[in-house]
Design a protein around this ligand. Structure first.
Ligand code: MIC
Ligand code: SF4
Length: 632
């Protein structure tokens, strides 16, 4: 039987376990990526492992999320990240260089290799044929230290592409189309593998848009073959030596196959709420807009911004809205400077912002009360743009540009077709700093606080159900990103005061007064970002277990790594305020655990969402204490 691309990469990187579906595999990691909002904790965690040098072949520490440093604490974080990378052997990407995912496939990614990143959109690298996976900071710290990354061997979904996208539709519309088909849960347990004759019509940056937003389906990763398109892209980046051919065998078997004819993909918009709240243009055209944002790791490539410029050439941004463009990388910014696009933007009344994440997580450009912001980003949850009072919708660059001109959601097909021509990439790594070695002194401000030690849990967990929440709670609901918290990512005592800030402001105080307790969730608890702060924050407040109907992959692993027990059960039998007693003596792979609801006088059967290895991690108090104990 032939092999899929994913099977080939897994076999080449097998470190521990087996490649049998559903079993746990320990994967060798070739490259690691951290960024400034998850990276501070990850590097503090790396330091606590006592390793003297990064063991991954390539490790890059990016400054992108809070590159604008709207608070001094972020500048402190950046100095820490720069010096810690330099000392331990990682490349540091300075502020203004761009968003980690785009930069990584442009300057570092290698087809066929594994990449682990402390950011949920790390799968962007799949556009280049990498198996690129998002994880919590502790998992990346361990991978940086040379440890394996453990995951369940995924199922593989083939997306077979035929045809060619028509004018007004783009790679973004394709991924919105897929999200509408399979929903934000449809990718859970899968890696999505693209193939078919349609892929030759998609450039690497377009493929990267698709793999980037595959994260929103819940998939572990998404991957394209490495073909002639990939080879030409790497050659244009001056990295032809990094190319290898990587294709699925013709007789490879898949767990599921979806066929999409690209010529039938229309322009689409995901309205507020969830990325799968996808609407046809006919349903949304004419909706009033207050903002348009073009950029981010989803749509910050040269193709995207050049098309936006061509559409805006000789036109003006509508008076009723504000439009910003943020190139995904400095390389793209330089290309837009060269070809006159920046001038076009400025003449059209667009505000050009430095490359980086910033507005994508509500650092600036926060929508006003009841305002609607159309963005080319990947997430539109309430609260995502830095407020829960303004709303976000998601679209392609074509739709965003047409809408910026119209002042309301507009169908790009109503404007004449714009032709895109490839231009030579500008290769200038000025803002990438090579590491200098052990003599470097790591600079840390008082805001940078190491974690308290992880200690083994009691055999019987006792406490109150501190909060009961509904289905689909995201990491942004648990610990919001944006102006409230972004500068506190390296300070757990302070950031934990914002746990469930929009859901229930009193949660942190209540948790502390009760000496900790439990959280009760619904389906897909913890979906979204890789932010381990959504586990570390509750842990800091004394949360011992989370009981939910189901968990999102990265967050579930983060709970375990932190030392919090994830339990699946029928949560309708627990009310907020109930006292619970949970005996975890039998903790092991998928162990049946009985949750005693003392208040209601009932027993609720629960399943520990763990492997045996993860049960040992929880028993050790968390991944750091487990890893240290194993190596001593
Ligand atoms: C996001 O897009 O939600 C983020 C901000 O990039 C996060 C990481 C973080 O919280 O720092 C992610 O996607 O993992
Ligand atoms: Fe940055 Fe937004 Fe991409 Fe997250 S989704 S990495 S915040 S650009």
């Amino acid at each position: 039987m032939g092999k899929t691309i994913v099977e080939k990469i897994l076999e080449n990187h097998l470190g521990d376990g087996s490649t049998n579906k559903g079993e746990e595999i320990g994967l060798k990691i070739d490259q690691c990526l951290t960024q400034d909002s998850t990276g501070t904790m990850s590097w503090l965690e790396f330091e606590s492992l006592g390793i003297d040098k990064v063991k991954a072949d390539i490790s890059v520490s990016y400054n992108d999320h809070t590159s604008l440093s709207f608070k001094g604490e972020s500048s402190d974080d950046h100095v820490f990240l720069q010096t810690v990378a330099s000392k331990f052997g990682a490349v540091y990407s300075k502020a203004g260089n761009g968003v980690c995912h785009q930069l990584h496939y442009e300057r570092f990614g290698v087809p066929g290799q594994t990449l682990l990143g402390s950011d949920s959109h790390t799968p962007t690298g799949g556009g280049l044929g990498m198996l690129a996976i998002g994880a919590g900071g502790m998992d990346v710290a361990v991978a940086n230290a040379g440890g394996y990354f453990y995951m369940t061997v995924p199922k593989i979904m083939r997306v077979e592409l035929t045809g060619k996208l028509g004018w007004g539709s783009s790679a973004k519309d394709l991924i919105l189309y897929l999200l509408r088909e399979i929903s934000v849960k449809g990718g859970v347990g899968y890696v999505i593998e693209y193939g078919g004759e349609g892929i030759k019509n998609l450039s690497v940056p377009e493929r990267a848009t698709i793999t980037n937003m595959g994260a929103e389906t819940g998939a572990t990763s998404s991957v394209f073959p490495s073909d002639a398109v990939t080879r030409d892209f790497l050659a244009a980046q001056g990295r032809q030596q990094d190319w290898v051919s990587l294709e699925a065998d013709p007789d490879a078997a898949y767990d599921k196959t979806i066929e999409i004819d690209l010529s039938k993909v229309p322009p689409l918009v995901a309205m507020t709420g969830m990325p799968d709240n996808v609407k046809e243009m006919s349903e949304v055209t004419g909706t009033h807009l207050d903002q348009v944002f073009i950029g981010s790791c989803t749509n910050g490539g040269y193709r995207d911004l050049r098309i936006a410029a061509k559409m805006l050439e000789g036109r003006k941004v509508a008076k009723n809205l504000d439009c910003i463009v943020s190139p995904g990388s400095r390389q793209v910014e330089q290309m837009l400077l060269k070809d006159g696009s920046i001038e076009i933007f400025v003449n059209a009344g667009v505000r050009v912002i430095e490359p980086g994440c910033n507005a994508c997580i509500g650092i600036g450009f926060v929508p006003g009360n009841g305002h609607l912001s159309l963005r080319t980003v990947n997430r539109n949850w309430v609260g995502r743009g830095g407020t829960n009072k303004g709303y976000l919708a998601l679209s392609s660059v074509e739709t965003a540009a047409a809408s910026a001109i119209a002042g309301k959601i507009a169908d790009p097909r109503q404007l004449e077709k714009v032709h895109f021509e490839e231009a030579p990439f500008v290769v200038d790594d000025l803002l990438l700093l090579e590491p200098e070695g052990p003599q470097v002194e790591v600079r840390r401000s008082p805001n940078i606080v190491a974690m308290k030690p992880q200690t083994p849990p009691a055999t019987v967990l006792e406490g109150t159900a501190l909060l009961k929440v509904g289905d689909g709670i995201s990491t942004d609901d648990i610990l919001p990103a944006g102006p409230l918290t972004q500068h506190l990512r390296s300070n757990l005592p302070k950031i934990s005061k914002f746990v469930f800030h929009y859901e229930d402001k009193d949660f942190p105080q209540r948790a502390e007064q009760r000496g900790g307790g439990f959280i009760v969730g619904g389906e897909n608890y913890g979906q979204g970002s890789s932010r381990e702060h959504a586990a570390l924050g509750p842990w800091q407040l004394g949360v011992k277990a989370v009981l939910a109907k189901s968990f999102a992959r990265i967050h579930c692993a983060n709970l375990v790594n932190t030392g919090i027990v994830p339990l699946e059960c029928d949560t309708s039998k627990i009310e907020q305020g109930d006292d619970l007693k949970i005996d975890i003596t039998a903790l092991g792979a998928q162990a049946r655990i009985s949750v005693k609801n003392v208040t209601q006088g009932i027993e609720i059967p629960a399943t520990a969402v763990l492997t045996d290895r993860q049960a040992d991690i929880v028993k050790a108090g968390g991944l750091l204490s487990y890893t240290r104990a194993k190596h001593n």
